[in-house]
Design a protein around this ligand. Structure first.
Ligand code: FES
Length: 105
């Protein structure tokens, strides 16, 4: 079972906003949207584009390379050219701190 890692303070990410973090050997993006936080891999499943550099519109992040859109809430691939979901990770808040637990699956 992976453990939770403290990544930042909740106030450090604007709402709406996003920030990229490295946890162990993974790079993930944490999103803040309408008071909730979400975390997905910083990896587009089409060709590895850095999703954290993409444009956030509502609950969609658009890959900066070829424009595939993913749902930040669960990593679901929403538009071509991506056909596979990217990984989502667990987020929790402890006081002022934001914690992320990597999912292996
Ligand atoms: S690498 Fe993301 S859409 Fe192609």
């Amino acid at each position: 079972m992976n453990k939770y890692h403290t990544v930042c303070q909740t106030s450090e990410i604007a709402d709406p906003g996003k920030q990229t973090f490295e946890i162990d050997d993974s790079i993930v993006v944490v999103f803040h949207l309408h008071g909730s936080f979400y975390c997905i891999d910083d990896v587009c499943t089409h060709d590895g584009g850095p999703l954290g550099d993409g444009e956030l519109t509502g609950n969609c992040i658009a890959c900066p390379r070829h424009g595939a859109k993913f749902d930040i809430q669960n990593g679901q691939a929403m538009t071509m050219p991506a056909t596979e979901d990217t990984k989502s990770h667990d987020v929790k808040i402890d006081g002022d701190h934001l914690l992320v637990r990597l999912n292996d699956a």
